[in-house]
Ligand binder design. Structure first.
Ligand code: NAG
Ligand code: NAG
Ligand code: NAG
Length: 360
């Protein structure tokens, strides 16, 4: 359980964009942000979020949390992956989809897609992103009838195949959501659902002076099974009818006829938000707005987010994704990232699940 999860990620790689070897231990916020904002060609803007510097190791442990199923030193494997047909352009069979689509802004349903979660100082992005996408999918695919807050705290604490605040694998959490499912629960202190998130928001993207994290990394929450932690909730123990599961799930992968990029858009459009695990580069922490492209930066580790849509701006294609670093980070908690080139491996570890809608 005390596996050293992130150490291997410090190994330098040569991914899509030229990356200089040897990550620094301390990121000088002002210098990095100035460099990005002074660059006339940059498609995005940065913000220090009031930080002078960020300790890389601390950040990796606290705010990321996906264990990527590959090692960075396997350059060959990654090249192979990038050259696969799925990134070729074979668009003949594509159905027409809108040039812009965003679940957080659409009128397609009344489902409240877009509430930003905060993982706080816990590497639980794997649980937070999947709970959020699952909740959207239950709502969207039930035509708005099943509109509940699903608990990321329950998943973080109870999915024993993963490591709670110390990280998780996407395939394992999807298995957990299929076999065990999750129960209801809103944000920290929200009094919503059976098990609201138990870790208090803190960290650099909140007002860091007012909300410092007391612990370096939050303790792993204990699994309470289905016993409710919210005294205001209608049950003391969540009944089986309030357990939400996927009936099946998959990795979205293109083939000879369709690109992964197209299948992702189609899946989002037809069935709701999906999750993507990707490689975080150090300057991503300072993202404020625009279309993020990982250049001149160091790989830091795996992170997972919910993808809600796509668009195009000045001929640059992008994804719209929802992060879990509070709504003060990025574009009110969202970010846009280059689409169609597998930037930061954003199109390599994408999952969707099918809600098991049998309950009333
Ligand atoms: C949603 O509906 C409102 C009110 O009818 C309208 O003003 C808005 O433009 C619509 N948004 C989209 C994305 O269609
Ligand atoms: C999840 O399901 C497995 C298999 O049925 C079971 O052994 C495990 O205890 C369950 N976990 C929780 C938290 O309920
Ligand atoms: C390619 O993927 C699509 C969508 O998942 C599927 O319907 C189709 O059968 C696949 N085609 C081939 C040749 O595998």
């Amino acid at each position: 359980m005390t596996k050293i999860i992130f150490i291997s990620f410090l190994i330098c790689i040569v991914p899509l964009f030229a990356v200089v070897c040897g990550p620094p231990q301390i990121l000088q916020s002002e210098k990095i942000v100035k460099e990005i904002n002074d660059d006339k060609k940059s498609t995005w803007k940065a913000d220090t979020y009031g930080t002078k510097e960020i300790n890389v190791e601390e950040f990796k442990q606290k705010y990321l949390g996906v264990i990527l199923p590959f090692k960075y030193d396997k350059n060959k494997e990654m090249e192979k992956e990038l050259s696969q047909k799925e990134y070729g352009i074979l668009k003949a069979k594509e159905e027409k989809l809108p040039a812009y689509f965003n679940w957080a802004k659409t009128n397609k349903t009344n489902c409240p897609v877009g509430r930003i979660r905060d993982q706080s100082n816990c590497g639980s992005c794997w649980a937070v992103s999947t709970a959020s996408a699952m909740q959207d999918r239950f709502c969207i695919q039930s035509g708005g009838k099943i509109n509940v807050e699903l608990s990321s705290g329950y998943i973080t604490a109870c999915d024993q195949s993963n490591y709670a605040c110390r990280g998780g694998f996407m395939n394992r959490v999807y298995d957990f959501l299929k076999i065990n499912g999750t129960i209801t629960g809103g944000d920290y202190d929200s009094d919503v659902g059976c098990q609201p998130y138990s870790i208090k928001p803190c960290g650099p993207f909140l007002d860091s002076h007012k909300m410092p994290c007391v612990y370096y990394l939050a303790n792993n929450p204990k699994c309470r099974k289905k016993k409710c932690s919210n005294d205001w909730y209608k049950y003391q123990e969540e009944p089986e009818s309030s357990t939400y599961k996927y009936s099946r799930w998959s990795f979205i992968k293109g083939n000879i006829s369709y690109t992964t990029e197209y299948l992702m858009r189609k899946e989002i459009y037809e069935n709701g938000p999906i999750t993507a695990a990707f490689l975080i580069y150090s300057n991503f922490l300072y993202y404020k707005k625009g279309i993020y492209i990982p250049i001149r930066s160091w790989p830091m580790g795996g992170h997972a987010v919910k993808v809600v849509g796509w668009g195009e701006e000045d001929s640059v294609l992008y994804w719209i994704a929802q992060n879990s670093w509070s709504d003060r980070w990025g574009e009110n908690g969202f970010f846009r990232i280059l689409r169609g080139t597998n930037a930061g491996y954003f199109e390599s570890m994408v999952n969707e699940g099918k809600p098991d809608i049998k309950k009333s």
